[in-house]
Design a protein around this ligand. Structure first.
Ligand SMILES: [Zn+2]
Ligand SMILES: [Zn+2]
Length: 195
């Protein structure tokens, strides 16, 4: 049995049902999440396991995001394919008193009150947990050139290419030689001061 829900009533939900639906992620997006946007609704298909004072929800959560690459700043598509597995239990007065302590001990347990469980924030949070902190458009992304600032995925530049030619080798040793000279002149300066 497949049903479409957002808010479910604990007293009415049956063990074994599958909750299927779509969420417009944009409705939850806050300013702090601005580094990504939704290209598709969030889809979920969750199996309910009901027990005495709560339910377990398990099943796939998927959506398509647009992220900004941490190296080249290009936007790229990022598919989220994750699997939700959480427990939601009725909040008792005892738990309310010790709420902070309990949350710290078991982060995968959620609470509901007044017989109502809103699925959408739970599904949305699962997506957030799967957004990479430092997204890359690809492992091979070249990023920007430190010297000329060109995006090296789109343009080639010759700034940082290590020369392999005989001329290049000569240039290298020349630079090393210049560096040595510099060093010795500094030493000279110091000895002059000392004398
Ligand atoms: Zn990139
Ligand atoms: Zn360059």
């Amino acid at each position: 049995m497949v049903t479409e829900f957002s808010v479910i009533k604990f007293s009415e939900i049956e063990d074994g049902v599958v909750l299927k639906g779509e969420i417009d992620g944009l409705q939850y997006k806050s300013v702090e999440d601005m580094e990504f946007t939704f290209l598709s609704p969030i889809e979920y298909e969750l199996q309910v396991n009901k027990f005495e004072d709560g339910i377990q929800l398990t099943g796939p959560v998927t959506c398509q995001l647009s992220l900004s690459c941490g190296r080249c700043l290009d936007d790229f598509q990022y598919p989220v394919r994750t699997y939700l597995d959480i427990e939601i239990t009725r909040k008792s007065h005892f738990e309310e008193a010790d709420e902070l302590e309990l949350q710290g001990e078991d982060l995968d347990i959620y609470y509901f009150e007044n017989d109502e469980i809103d699925l959408n924030p739970l599904v949305y949070e699962e997506v957030l947990l799967n957004v990479p902190m430092k997204p890359l458009c690809g492992e091979e992304c070249q990023g920007f050139c430190d010297t000329c600032g060109k995006n090296r995925n789109n343009e080639t530049c010759s700034c940082d290419k290590t020369p392999d030619t005989p001329l290049g080798e000569k240039l290298k040793s020349f630079l090393v030689f210049q560096g040595d000279n510099h060093g010795s002149s500094k030493t000279k300066n110091i000895s002059i001061k000392k004398g």
